[in-house]
Write a protein that binds this ligand. Structure first.
Ligand SMILES: [Zn+2]
Length: 229
């Protein structure tokens, strides 16, 4: 049994994690890995019956595939010291860490990655409830965008290898917190992690347009820790 479990394709259409994992696995065997949602991955779709990353804690006896899968992954996660769940974003976000459960343990884990931005993302609205990483004893998500970029994939491979090698991160980390969502057209151009002020409210936008169809969200609003708006 290894210390670290890496999950790829929790969303079946985010193959960047699986590409990085299979590349890494060619030259090292100090981690275990698993396909988060094998059926959706085979079909190249986000999910089959329900969004796996909204199905936790799940139920092994459920009739919904993703609910069974969520329960299975959470059960697996208990055998590891750390669990890394890899996602792919459509937008040009680069690599950033998402903590769905900002426990002391998980914050400590995030600090071991050479990734500049850490986003604390609690389920602030019902449509965000049920990410699998929230139920791992110790774990986080790494979001990578754009998800089809070879450069971003290489950066992911480097970051994972450095973590497994226990290298001290070089980057100075910034911690953000998701506190709200923008639901109406701001009338200005938004850029990922680029500070903007709209109607006297200053925030950093995240995942612009990604959830426009599913949840009617223009973007999520972040504030940066240690910064007074
Ligand atoms: Zn995802």
């Amino acid at each position: 049994m290894k210390n670290t479990l890496i999950i790829g394709a929790t969303h079946g259409d985010e193959a960047i994690g699986m590409r990085a994992i299979t590349t890494l696995a060619q030259s090292r065997d100090d981690f275990d890995w698993v396909i988060g949602n094998p059926r959706a991955y085979a079909a190249k779709t986000r999910f089959t019956q329900a969004d796996l990353n909204r199905s936790a804690p799940g139920d092994l006896m459920s009739s919904v595939y993703e609910e069974r899968r969520a329960a299975m992954l959470i059960q697996m996660s208990k055998q590891y010291q750390s669990v890394i769940d890899i996602h792919g974003a459509e937008k040009n976000t680069g690599l950033f860490i998402i903590l769905t459960n900002p426990s002391e343990k998980n914050l400590q884990l995030a600090s071991q990655f050479d990734v500049r931005r850490i986003v604390i993302w609690p389920a602030i609205t019902p449509d965000l409830e049920g990410p699998v990483s929230e139920f791992f004893p110790c774990g986080l998500e790494i979001e990578c965008g754009p998800k089809d970029s070879a450069e971003v994939q290489e950066e992911l491979e480097r970051v994972l290898a450095d973590y497994l090698d226990k290298k001290t991160p070089e980057v100075e980390q910034e911690v953000y917190e998701v506190y709200g969502e923008l639901r109406s057209d701001p009338g200005v151009t938004l850029n990922e992690f680029e500070k903007v002020t709209i109607d006297d409210e200053t925030f950093y936008p995240l995942l612009i347009g990604t959830y426009a169809k599913a949840y009617d969200v223009v973007c999520y609003k972040l504030r940066k820790r240690g910064e007074i708006n």
